[in-house]
Design a protein around this ligand. Structure first.
Ligand code: PA5
Length: 447
């Protein structure tokens, strides 16, 4: 079995000789600090050996719950925000047939997402769509108090109970939350919902391999055993014992930090597969929330190519030279589609006759990489043999450990997110939430 691997040469060529080597001791120390727990945020290291600690019995429980939902629902709404939805969405989008949801005639329920915004029209249209459907809800919130999610869940719970009756609703609403605290836990216990626990020591953005990601992914019909196997193999490969030259996460952390120190402040994650759009979004949250603090941190941006070559491509080719790219390159496609012959050849594309669409995509990828390197953009390439559960498991764990190591090398606590609280405090003050009277008065005086 191959592993995902990382190509660095087209990034390292932009760096002063010795600059990556100089960071290697820090990378090693950071990886060892994660292992020994001697680092900032060490109460949130539960993700580090999560893959190898997952038992078949635990996976069987997740699969049994997913089976109940699949048997009783044509649609499942996953309510959650940030780390409580992006991982599941990334994996499901990467694996699902892009058009099955339009007909909803496949064997899998439609998986929809809510609780990740406060758009009134979005929620209204969702409730309209769900009218008359046999839908269930997976309510995911580690704190159990996140406003976006709680708001959506209140609407969904009410509609589910009205449409399906309280007894069925109790079977098709599942909670994934803290073991003891938070409103989601209180409601789950009172209503008798099936529930799963998000471990205390796993932060939201590192939680995709807990029930947070596993249950929705299993509900969508995908193989969570293979996902975990991939993560387990990457856990081994990115361990403390693996030398730098063989450890992709250590290499990624070293090179991106060296680029940052050389003035490349923005990392753009690139894919050439529309199915990876939400993997980009998951990655942005993972790295943005982990590293952007203390007035430091690489800004994580993302593009879908070749789509965005026709929008952001100009900026990347010729804009300010403060960027580097990390390209996720998928070698094998699931399907084969050959260009047909056309007698008239009005579009001039007969030179592609009989060739695969993916060959064109691969040449777009190579051509783009060479053009961007020529334009002064360092390029790393993460090579995935194919887009399946096993390699997505590898990719997820690779990015997680790369993030933990990178953040420590940068000198921040990668596992907290104090900055996220500021908007919440203002929003509650503006809405007049009980307990925020002083803040309400203070903020109103500023308007
Ligand atoms: O990574 C994080 O901790 C956050 O993005 C959370 O996942 C997000 O804010 C949702 O929080 P909760 O699961 O408590 O509703």
């Amino acid at each position: 079995m191959q592993n995902i691997r990382i190509e660095l040469q087209k990034a390292e060529q932009f760096l002063a000789p010795g600059s990556v080597e100089a960071l290697q001791p820090q990378v090693k120390a950071a990886r060892e600090a994660l292992e020994s727990g001697q680092c900032a945020g060490n109460d949130f290291l539960g993700w580090l050996h999560l893959p190898s600690s997952i038992t078949p019995e635990f996976l069987a429980q997740i699969k049994a719950c997913a089976q109940t939902l699949r048997e009783n629902c044509d649609t499942i709404v996953v309510a959650g925000i940030g780390g409580s939805y992006l991982g599941a969405r990334a994996v499901i989008d990467a694996l699902a047939n892009s058009f099955e949801w339009l007909t909803n005639q496949g064997e899998n329920p439609n998986i929809l997402f809510a609780g990740n915004n406060i758009g009134e029209d979005y929620l209204y249209e969702l409730t309209e769509y769900l009218r008359g459907r046999k839908f269930g809800v997976i309510n995911i919130s580690k704190s159990g108090t996140t406003t976006e999610t709680a708001l959506a869940f209140r609407l969904l719970k009410k509609q589910c109970e009205e449409q399906r009756g309280k007894d069925v609703a109790r079977q098709v609403i599942v909670a994934i939350t803290d073991a003891k605290k938070g409103a989601a836990r209180t409601t789950a216990d009172k209503e008798g919902y099936t529930s799963f626990i998000i471990p205390d020591n796993v932060g939201g953005r590192f939680s995709v391999l807990t029930p947070v990601g596993l249950l929705p992914i299993a509900c969508a019909g995908f193989d969570i055993d293979a996902l975990i196997r991939g993560a387990q193999d990457m856990e081994q490969l990115c361990g403390c014992e693996t030398p730098y030259e063989e450890n992709p996460a250590a290499q990624y952390a070293a090179v991106r930090n060296a680029l940052y120190q050389s003035g490349k402040k923005i990392e753009i994650l690139v894919n050439f597969q529309p199915k990876l759009h939400y993997m980009n979004e998951w990655w942005k949250q993972l790295y943005g929330e982990s590293e952007g603090k203390d007035q430091k941190g690489i800004f994580p941006a993302a593009v879908d190519f070749s789509t965005d070559l026709h929008s952001m491509g100009q900026w990347i080719q010729e804009g300010e030279r403060t960027i580097f790219e990390t390209v996720i390159s998928v070698i094998d496609q699931r399907h084969t589609l050959l260009f047909p012959h056309d007698d008239e050849n009005l579009d001039g594309l007969n030179f592609l006759e009989g060739r695969r669409v993916d060959e064109v995509n691969k040449m777009a990828e190579l051509g783009t990489q060479l053009a961007h390197v020529d334009g002064g953009v360092p390029n790393m390439r993460i090579v995935m043999p194919k887009l399946d559960e096993y390699y997505l498991g590898q990719l997820i764990y690779f990015f997680e450990v790369g993030c933990g190591v990178s953040g420590l090398v940068l000198g921040v606590n990668p596992f907290n997110q104090p900055g996220v609280e500021a908007y919440k405090k203002n929003m509650f003050a503006l809405l007049g939430k009980p307990g925020y009277e002083a803040e309400t008065e203070a903020i109103k005086s500023r308007l």
